[in-house]
Design a protein around this ligand. Structure first.
Ligand code: NAD
Length: 511
């Protein structure tokens, strides 16, 4: 849990630089007197703090968004698109700065952070096509002299609550389509790494986004709860862990809001006996340890089918010594630290429980030299002989611990995946097109990779899991995102000749 400091507004406090909210086109200090620490995970020390919102702060942000809505909604599509293009260009030309901000607070390597910004940028690019995406339908002469058409209109003020692991990309997943479709937005980013969203807000302001269209409030449960109950917020998008996603979905929908809440994951990578072992091992290492395993699409479990297991585990193990762990801002580093010491220790705890419960720890990240420094490091860890009953299989670990479950057949692999409560992503490695096609048909998972370990959909599809990985009806971004942030209106229209008008009390029928 984040340690929160209490202090009176305006007092000198800790002397650390403080990150404020962004409301109505400018920085606004939190009035709660509460703040949270921001760490440099590589050094393991607090570098800044972030002011936490109270109810009044959230209300000010919502008011700014509500005031900005009528003009933003009424702005022509071509003018709105012009602004979106400028927002897109602003992010592109500040990729490095954004990546550095992410690395300094999250810990991931700068090249990984750069990749995150690029994937976020895709969403702005998709949103630049909004005039085309908002085209409705038109039926001429649905009845004699009667036309019927459908239009999509924005919801009003919408909110987004985002996790620590993608501090730029996930806000861009949400706000690109939300704003493009004419809504105004209140973002509550993760309190662990809030700088990227502040940088985005400033860049968008400079790009010409009118004041109040995007607002950022920082904080914890207090801010989230106010968002969930605020009567002027029409919809909430959430990304984070499953227990909080479920809570957000239940509270938001019970107060009448539209909600999409994306939760945690446990992604399986099936390796069939005919797979190319080296390719599968490269993919398992890349997708298991990239971003220190702190990705909702990371591979958590390798499912080795039949006699592929021994050579595959050996191929993965052989690659581990070459994975360079170090500070995210060192270009040589391939994997950085974890986000907090508390999280690192929780992840490391799964190595103990795995051993206790009968699995074999083949590589123990606690033996890495950086584990004993102040930084929140854990080396790459590999656990073989895992069974579905073990904690390291049941829980989302969200760290650089790759587990291997050995199964006898393809059917056993599918059963394992389909019985898992999560349903975010999965992948299959095989040279057999028929087997891959059958897998895509059989598996109860929202995003599937065929010889692709991290199948995050491009921005013109939509992102979302099944089961406990998503609460709500629509996936995020892409076409589903446009639908989520708009509601449809159907107009039935007649321009009669007054000479033919008459009273008719019957129910309207097409003629
Ligand atoms: P988290 O659930 O702890 O926090 C997410 C957001 O909820 C943050 O903004 C946080 O401030 C807020 N929050 C935390 N506790 C709260 C509470 N008690 N009440 C109300 N709000 C609360 O998640 P995290 O640790 O920031 O992110 C990691 C998790 O997010 C992992 O489980 C990961 O799988 C998941 N995730 C999922 C996806 C996806 O697309 N499905 C994408 C990224 C991350």
């Amino acid at each position: 849990m984040t340690q929160v400091t209490e202090r009176k507004s305006g007092s000198v406090g800790t002397g650390l630089d403080r990150i404020d909210h962004w409301i109505g086109g400018r920085e606004v200090a939190a009035t709660s007197g509460r703040a949270g620490p921001i760490f440099d995970p590589a050094a393991g020390r607090v570098t800044r703090e972030v002011g936490f919102a109270n109810v009044d702060d959230v209300d000010s942000a919502v008011r700014a968004a509500r005031d900005a809505f009528p003009a933003w909604r009424a702005m022509s599509l071509s003018r709105r698109t012009e602004i979106l293009f400028r927002m897109r260009n602003a992010v592109e030309s500040h990729r490095d700065e954004l990546a550095r901000a992410i690395t300094s607070e999250h810990g991931k390597t700068e090249s990984d952070a750069f990749g995150e910004v690029s994937r976020g940028l895709e969403n702005l690019e998709f949103a630049c096509g909004i005039p085309n995406l908002l085209k409705g339908g038109f039926s001429e002469q649905a009845s004699t002299g009667v036309d019927v058409y459908q239009i999509r209109q924005p919801l009003g003020v919408v909110a987004g609550i985002t996790p620590f692991n993608f501090p730029a990309m996930v806000p861009l997943w949400m706000l690109s389509n939300a704003i493009a479709t004419g809504n105004t937005f209140v973002l509550k980013p993760s309190e662990k790494d809030p700088s990227a969203s502040m940088l985005l807000a400033r860049l968008f302001h400079e790009a010409g986004l009118p004041e109040g269209v995007l607002n950022v409030v920082h904080g914890d449960k207090v801010a989230v709860d106010r968002i969930l109950e605020h009567p002027d917020i029409a919809a909430v998008s959430f990304v984070g862990s499953t227990p909080i996603a479920r809570y957000v979905y239940e509270r938001a929908t019970s107060s009448g809001k539209r909600c999409q809440a994306l939760g945690g994951a446990k992604n399986h990578m099936v390796v069939l006996p005919d797979a190319d072992i080296d390719m599968a091992a490269d993919a398992a290492v890349s997708a298991g340890y990239g971003s220190a395993g702190e990705r909702c699409m990371a591979i958590a479990t390798v499912v080795a089918v039949g006699d592929v297991a021994d050579p595959l585990v050996e191929a993965i193990r052989a690659r581990l010594p070459a994975v360079k762990v170090g500070p995210g801002n060192d270009p040589e580093s391939q994997m950085g630290p974890l986000v907090t010491r508390e999280h690192r220790d929780r992840v490391a705890g799964y190595l103990d429980s795995a051993q206790r419960q009968g699995a074999k720890v083949i590589a123990d990240g606690r033996e890495h030299e950086l584990y004993r420094t102040d930084g929140f490091y854990l080396g790459v860890s590999l656990v073989d002989g895992v069974t579905p009953q073990m904690d390291c299989y049941r829980d989302e670990i969200f760290g650089p611990v790759l587990t291997v479950v050995r199964v006898g057949s393809y059917a056993d692999a599918v059963k394992l995946i389909n019985e898992n409560p999560y349903g975010n992503g999965t992948a299959i490695f095989t040279r057999d097109g028929g087997a891959a096609r059958q897998f895509q048909f059989d598996v109860n998972i929202g995003m599937v990779g065929i010889n692709v370990p991290i199948p995050v959909p491009v921005a013109y599809y939509s992102f979302g899991g099944w089961k406990a990985s998503l609460f709500g009806d629509l996936h995020m971004y892409g076409p589903d995102g446009v639908q989520f942030y708009t509601r449809s209106k159907v107009v039935t229209s007649r321009w009669p000749d007054p000479g033919t008008s008459k009273v008719d009390l019957g129910f309207p029928r097409t003629r």
